[in-house]
Design a protein around this ligand. Structure first.
Ligand SMILES: [Zn+2]
Length: 77
């Protein structure tokens, strides 16, 4: 079910995620599942692996479609 709330959430979706560790703030992709701290090497989980789809999953689906579309474009040309 597509709601106005979902569309707003997509419009407002951040283009980067800030992860703070070891006193530094790192900009990472909002789609990254993990962040590896370059200073201490610790792996931080960024995305929840919940059963219910999240906004990130909407983007994953759209990006997968765009990838397929780009492959078709390559064949057409
Ligand atoms: Zn660290």
């Amino acid at each position: 079910m597509i709601t106005d709330e979902l569309l707003d959430a997509i419009r407002d979706f951040p283009v980067k995620r800030e992860v703070e560790h070891c006193g530094d703030v790192h900009n990472v992709s909002p789609f990254d599942f993990y962040f590896d701290c370059p200073a201490c090497g610790v792996k931080i989980k960024l995305r929840a692996f919940s059963g219910s789809p999240e906004i990130e999953d909407v983007f994953d689906a759209v990006l997968a479609w765009m990838h397929r579309a780009a492959e078709v474009q390559k064949c057409v040309r």
